[in-house]
Design a protein around this ligand. Structure first.
Ligand code: UD1
Ligand code: CA
Length: 462
């Protein structure tokens, strides 16, 4: 097998996106488009990968890191000019070069492999990957001769009405004999509607030089979709979302309504977990086995272990250990950790809070900047008062403590193991082991108070 190289085009601004973000960095299911492309490219294990960067170069480099080499295209003079920038790195190598755009996020490694195979079988110097587009608007059209062989590719803006009617499009993906490619690129001219150096023009150049040019038509157009604007971005997202959901379902996850379930790329979900409608799983999130992620929950950059139930709650940068549960309508803010079999009920908010095993925070509580041990009962409406307007303070609560309802715990305090707080207390001092803290004024009943009121004379009150 000859050496295989890949060039990814990612230097364009993406004017049609009308965005401050460079086109290839727009995410599809949480992952930048160019990252999707590189991920699939990596699966074919090319000897070298060169990404052409220009607009937003540093940002693209920050996303892809050292997974690829880079060539810089100073001015965006067209896709042909872009590929030429890789000459310094690849120019004198022998092998086959795959060229792919950074704005076609749906391509799979499988398709790239088939293209390589087809190209090698045909002993071609150039092979273009084509598809039949229901609506070819915007794509380069494949012009074939009477024998069905590819003659050239005509861009939308240069096409006459006959050419514009062609539905077979160039997907922007090619295989080339590496040295033939760079030789041909030097002959590309910019005499066209956009005054750009078009990569597709090398097809005609190579053919004129007697090279073998072939075309490999893929079965479905969908995978080749190029994302040039937000409408295409939403279509690509829909397709990617469906692909991701189906992969999880095949792996043993129940997804009740895939059309309304938004799972980012690279998220793992264990077997027999159930994902209800309207759920969003984002970023670096892992879900264990036998979990129930209830309707309208949103989980971002978090770890959910096995047998966890999340009901209509939001979880960010947090961990829920095995068998714990949360919700409905609760919020784990960053750096929270819920222990095994612990229970977070309704309308609770945790922030930088760690809750030990089997501890219960059942109703309407705020736990911020606190470390709670295991087997604690936090009553209804307990507030960890962590902020004095300037600084945040931390509270610790020992195992088996009982925190009565509607207590305010003013940090910093330490509440020892097996201690109690009477309901309605405002705690400002440490509580020792086995003690009960009661910090509220005593109740006094004013006997026969009613007699002091004018209504004492009314018949009803006698
Ligand atoms: C391109 C093809 C078209 C094909 C379509 C498939 C050309 C001239 N046209 O059109 O035949 O049907 O893709 O999706 O090749 N880029 C650079 N430097 C440049 C110009 C572009 O790096 O100077 C990059 C862009 O960032 C993008 C890719 O090349 O990732 C394609 O450019 P784009 O402007 O999107 O081309 P299309 O009009 O989609
Ligand atoms: Ca494009």
């Amino acid at each position: 097998m000859p050496d295989r190289f890949t060039i990814i085009l990612a230097a364009g601004q993406g004017t049609r996106m009308k965005s401050d973000l460079y086109k290839v960095l727009h995410p599809v299911c949480g992952k930048p488009m160019v990252d999707h492309v590189l991920t699939q490219v990596e699966m074919i294990e090319p000897t070298e990968v060169v990404t052409i960067i220009g607009h937003g170069a540093q940002k693209v480099e920050a996303v892809l890191g050292d997974r690829t080499q880079y060539a810089f295209q100073e001015a965006q003079l067209g896709t042909g000019h872009a590929v030429l920038q890789a000459e310094q790195i690849l120019g004198d190598r022998t092998g086959v070069t795959l060229v792919v755009s950074g704005d076609t996020p749906l391509f799979t490694a499988e398709t790239f492999k088939k293209l390589f195979q087809f190209h090698e079988e045909k002993h071609a110097q150039a092979t273009v990957l084509t598809a039949l587009a229901p609506d070819p608007t915007g794509y380069g059209r494949i012009v074939r001769n009477e024998l069905g062989n590819v003659e050239r590719i005509v861009e939308q803006k240069d096409a006459n009405s006959q050419e514009a009617d062609i539905h077979e499009i160039s997907t922007g993906v090619f295989c080339f004999d590496n040295q033939t490619l760079f030789k041909a690129l030097h002959q590309v001219k910019n005499e066209n509607a956009q005054h750009e150096y078009y990569l597709p023009d090398v097809i005609e150049i190579i053919r004129h030089q007697g090279g073998v040019v072939s075309a490999y038509q893929m079965a479905e157009f969908e995978e080749s979709m190029g994302v040039n604007d937000r409408v295409a971005l939403s279509k690509a997202t829909k397709i990617m979302q469906q692909r991701i959901n189906e992969a999880h379902m095949r792996d043993g996850v129940t997804i009740i309504d895939p059309a309304s379930t938004y799972i980012d790329s690279d998220i793992t979900i264990g077997r027999d977990s159930v994902i209800e409608p309207g759920v969003q799983l984002q970023g670096h999130t892992t879900i264990g086995a036998h979990c129930v992620i209830g309707a309208h929950s949103k989980i971002v950059d978090s770890t959910i272990e096995d047998q966890v139930t999340v009901t209509a709650s939001t979880i960010e940068q947090s961990i829920m250990h095995q068998g714990s549960d949360i919700g409905p309508n609760s919020h784990l803010r960053p750096q929270s950790e819920v222990g095994a079999a612990a229970h977070i009920g309704n309308f609770c908010e945790l922030k930088k809070a760690s809750i030990g095993a089997r501890t219960k925070v059942g109703h309407l509580s705020y736990v911020g900047d606190a470390t709670l041990g295991s087997d604690i009962n936090v009553g209804c409406g307990v507030v960890f008062v962590n902020y004095d307007g300037v600084q945040k303070f931390h509270t610790t609560v020992g195992d088996h403590a009982f925190l009565g309802s509607n207590s305010n715990i003013i940090a910093p305090v330490h509440i020892a193991d097996h201690s109690f707080i009477a309901a309605g207390s405002t705690i400002t001092n440490d509580i020792p082991k086995h003690a009960m803290a009661i910090a509220r004024s005593r109740q006094t009943n004013k006997e026969d108070y009613w007699r002091k009121l004018p209504l004492a004379n009314s018949e009803d009150w006698k």
